[in-house]
Write a protein that binds this ligand. Structure first.
Ligand SMILES: NC(=O)C1=CN([C@@H]2O[C@H](COP(=O)(O)OP(=O)(O)OC[C@H]3O[C@@H](n4cnc5c(N)ncnc54)[C@H](OP(=O)(O)O)[C@@H]3O)[C@@H](O)[C@H]2O)C=CC1
Ligand SMILES: O=C(O)[C@@H]1CCC=N1
Length: 277
C-alpha cells in the first residue's frame, strides 16, 4: 500500500496533524495537502519543507490529484463540506485507500454513503495539541475497514498523541471534552488574564502570568500518573488563598457550568449530524 498521506482541507486541525506527523519522522515528500487559497498553500509549503501543497484556486482538481495514489486520505474541511469532498474524490481513490475524517458530527454512514462501496473509512475526533505530539485522537472504524487498516491508522495517528478506540456513539461526548477542550483551557487563560487586570496588574504581565501558569500546569498534568485533584490539593493550603478561590468557584457553580458547556457542545454535534441528513 502507498505511503502517501493526503490532507484534503488543511486548516487548523489537519495542519496540526500534519505538523505532528512530520515532527514524528514522516517523510515530507510523502505528504500532500490541499486548500482553497493560493496564499494558504504557499504558507504550508514554506512552513513544511518538502510537502506538496495545492490550492483549488489554481488547480481546481487539487483534491483529485492529491487523492490519486494516496494510501491514506484525511478529510479536514468543515462538516458541511465533507460529503461533497468525498464525492469529488470518489473516482480518484485507490479501492484500498483508508479515508479518515476528522470532522465533528459527520457520521460513518454519511461518509460511506458519499464514497465508493467498500471504501475503508475511519471516523476520528482529534484535537490541536496533535501539533506538539500531545493530542488525543479517537478512532471508530467504518463497516469496510479491516483490523489491519484500523491498525495502520492508529500507528499513523499515534505519532501525534494518544489514540483511543471508541464506538461511534461516543464521539460527540468525547469531542465535547477533548476535541473542543483545548479551547476551554485557552478560555481559562483568557479569563485569568482578565482577572489579573481587574486586580490591578498591567495587561502584558497579566497575560504572561496566565499563559505560563496554564502551560506549566498542563505540563504537570502530562507527567505519568498525574491526578488533577492531587495536583490541585498540593497548591491548596488549609485556610489559605487558593482554598478561598476554589470555594468561591464551587459556590458559583463552576463544575456545573463546565458540565453544561460540554453538554451543549455534544448536543450541537448531534444537531449538526441531523442537519447534514
Ligand atoms: N479546529 C479544531 O480544533 C478541530 C476541528 N475538527 C474538525 O476539523 C475540520 C476542519 O476544522 P478546522 O481545521 O478548524 O477548519 P479550518 O477552516 O481551519 O480549515 C479548513 C480548511 O479546509 C480548506 N478547504 C475548504 N474547502 C476545501 C475544499 N473544497 N478543498 C480543499 N480544501 C478546502 C480551507 O482552505 P483555505 O484555508 O484556503 O480556505 C481550510 O484550509 C472540521 O470538520 C472540524 O469539525 C475536529 C477536531 C478539532
Ligand atoms: O468547534 C468545532 O466544531 C470543532 C470540533 C471540535 C473542535 N472544533
Amino acid at each position: 500500500m502507498s505511503n502517501r498521506i493526503a490532507f484534503l482541507g488543511c486548516g487548523s486541525m489537519n495542519e496540526a496533524i500534519l505538523g505532528g506527523l512530520l515532527e514524528g519522522g514522516t517523510n515530507p515528500t510523502e505528504v500532500v495537502a490541499t486548500v482553497r487559497r493560493a496564499e494558504r498553500a504557499a504558507e504550508l509549503a514554506e512552513r513544511y519543507a518538502g510537502i506538496m501543497a495545492i490550492a483549488g484556486s489554481e488547480e481546481p482538481d487539487n483534491n483529485k490529484q492529491a487523492a490519486k495514489g494516496a494510501g491514506v486520505v484525511i478529510l479536514g474541511v468543515k462538516p458541511v463540506g465533507i460529503a461533497e469532498l468525498a464525492r469529488e474524490i470518489s473516482g480518484s481513490l485507490s479501492p484500498d485507500a483508508i479515508v479518515i475524517s476528522v470532522a465533528a458530527a459527520v457520521s460513518i454512514a454519511q461518509l460511506e454513503a458519499a464514497l465508493p462501496p467498500g471504501q475503508p473509512v475511519i471516523r476520528t475526533m482529534p484535537n490541536t495539541p496533535a501539533k506538539l505530539g500531545r493530542g488525543v485522537v479517537s478512532v471508530s472504524a467504518g463497516t469496510n475497514c479491516s483490523p489491519e487498516q484500523l491498525q495502520r491508522a492508529k500507528d499513523i495517528l499515534g505519532a501525534v498523541g494518544t489514540v483511543v478506540e471508541i464506538p461511534e456513539e461516543q464521539v460527540d461526548a468525547l469531542g465535547a471534552i477533548s476535541g473542543s477542550g483545548p479551547a476551554y483551557a485557552f478560555y481559562l487563560a483568557e479569563a485569568m488574564a482578565a482577572a489579573g487586570v481587574e486586580l490591578g496588574l498591567d495587561e502584558e504581565l497579566a497575560l504572561l502570568l496566565a499563559r505560563e501558569t496554564v502551560a506549566g500546569a498542563g505540563l504537570m498534568l502530562a507527567e505519568p500518573g498525574a491526578e488533577p485533584s492531587a495536583l490541585r490539593k498540593a497548591v491548596t493550603s488549609p485556610n489559605g488563598t487558593t482554598e478561598r478561590a476554589i470555594a468561591t468557584f464551587d459556590d458559583r457553580g463552576m463544575p456545573a457550568i463546565i458540565a453544561a458547556g460540554a453538554r451543549a457542545a455534544a448536543d450541537r454535534a448531534a444537531e449538526i449530524t441531523k442537519q447534514l441528513g
